[in-house]
Design a protein around this ligand. Structure first.
Ligand code: NAD
Length: 420
């Protein structure tokens, strides 16, 4: 989000995380030099005919961090606070995320500065198509493959795929974008993949830390695609969800919230506020409630040097990208709080996006069970590799360990291509 302090600028944060891992691994300086900036960043303006007859111009970006392991891949965010630095940072996190889970991709990310809640369905469609048209020459199944992110969804992916295909003379190329509706080449399991992957990493962490899930409690910030599915999947494993929030506010019930009821309530009213007997608390209080698992599933820079000392969770599972600043990371590590880093915890989304792309290229579609089993195997393997590096080094946290897993592959690929 719009950083108010320089140290909260996500682009500077990801550069710092990369530098730490490169130094820790004793890799040549050229690895950092090659990866510290995206390879390519496109900035576009998108004039849109509004319903009142006026024309409004929106700004959009697409960042492609590195193609060393394959085409770039990453979501498109629609949000009023999108900045070019945020998009660049998110594209870099995507590179390291793809590396941890061994995908043949580099990182990409897109964003449009807009408030989709204030657009009519027609305006939203024209903006989505305008952005896709503006970046059509820059993306493609072998170049850069977008997907949904904050405030974008399967319908928006469908419009964008359609626009890309129109811009390329009417080809039918579903593999240009993932997170599509099923009937247009989406994959079974994509809608819940980010949350499911996150819950797999939480389950594995619980095993390592001797936490019994059926006695555990969780607090979830953000109740959108990632957060709401994490809540449901954790509840299915017996975890008690004691607090959740969305952009309008936060609710708390120490006896555990009825997650199915809450999902229905949110679908009907548009917010979690006012649900059942739950008490309303502040967004700040939510982050410092005592619990086993805290799941930030909204936006960046939520756990900072200002509140890290007050966090009472045993484990933080970063469903969101970049929710913890480096200064907060250090405080949490000193306090023995385990952070499952975003590049591992929320990698399930890009893993199933990869499955969707593979299915699109082969025009052969898999069952939900096949997707689930493959995702579980891939997430558990990535978790175990990361945990093993942390154990081996003793003094690195899981974030640096995840960067190390990723950088091993990326560095080898850079070397073999002769780029470092
Ligand atoms: P979404 O738009 O579906 O949901 C975002 C949620 O956050 C909404 O409930 C919104 O009300 C809430 N929110 C916004 N501002 C908030 C605030 N200040 N406090 C509390 N809640 C707030 O988005 P999503 O797809 O669920 O993405 C959430 C996070 O997960 C983002 O960081 C995104 O990059 C990351 N992520 C998503 C995916 C995916 O596949 N959807 C994959 C990887 C990472």
């Amino acid at each position: 989000m719009n950083p108010t302090r320089e140290q909260d600028n996500p682009f500077l944060i990801v550069q710092e995380q990369l530098y730490d891992a490169v130094t820790r691994m004793g890799l040549p300086e050229s690895v950092y030099e090659t990866l510290k900036h995206p390879q390519r960043v496109l900035s576009v303006s998108i004039p849109v005919h509004m319903d009142d007859g006026s024309v409004k111009t929106f700004l959009g970006y697409r960042s492609q961090h590195t193609d060393v392991l394959g085409p770039t891949k990453g979501g498109i965010r629609f949000h009023p606070d999108v900045t070019i630095d945020e998009v660049k940072a998110l594209s870099m996190w995507m590179t390291f995320k793809c590396g941890v889970v061994s995908l043949p991709y580099g990182g990409g990310k897109g964003g449009v500065v807009c408030d989709p809640k204030r657009l009519s369905p027609g305006e939203l469609e024209r903006l989505s198509r305008g952005y896709a048209k503006a970046i059509a020459g820059f993306i493609g199944p072998d170049r850069d493959i977008p997907a949904p992110d904050v405030y974008t969804n399967a319908q928006i992916m469908a419009w964008m795929m359609d626009e890309y295909n129109n811009a390329h003379g009417g080809v039918n190329q579903p593999g240009v974008i993932t997170g599509k509706p099923l009937v247009l080449g989406g994959s079974l399991g994509r809608d819940t993949a980010t949350a499911q992957g996150c819950v797999f990493t939480m389950r594995e962490t619980a095993v390592q830390m001797d936490i019994s899930l059926d006695k555990a409690t969780a607090v979830i910030q953000g109740f959108g695609n990632a957060g709401s599915h994490v809540a449901r999947l954790l509840a299915e494993l017996g975890v008690s969800i004691v607090a959740v929030s969305d952009s309008r506010g936060a609710i708390h019930d120490s006896n555990g919230l009825d997650v199915d009821g809450l999902l229905e309530y949110k679908a009907d009213t548009g917010s979690v506020l006012g649900f059942g007997e739950a008490e309303e608390i502040t967004q700040g209080d939510l982050l410092t409630l005592p619990c086993d698992f805290l799941v930030p599933a909204a936006l960046e820079n939520q756990i900072t040097e200002d509140n890290a000392a007050a966090v009472k969770a045993r484990v933080i599972a970063e469903a969101a990208n970049g929710p913890t600043t480096p200064k907060a990371d250090k405080i949490l590590a000193e306090r023995g709080i385990v952070v499952i880093p975003d590049i591992l915890a929320n990698a399930g989304g890009v893993v199933v996006s990869y499955y969707e792309w593979v299915q699109n290229l082969s025009r052969f579609y898999w069952s939900a069970e096949e997707v689930h089993a493959k995702l579980e195997a891939q997430m558990v393997e990535a978790f175990q590799k990361t945990w093993a590096i942390r154990e081996r080094h003793g003094d690195v946290n899981l974030r640096t360990a995840a960067y190390m897993v990723s950088l091993e592959r990326i560095t080898e690929a850079l070397r073999l291509r002769g780029r470092i």
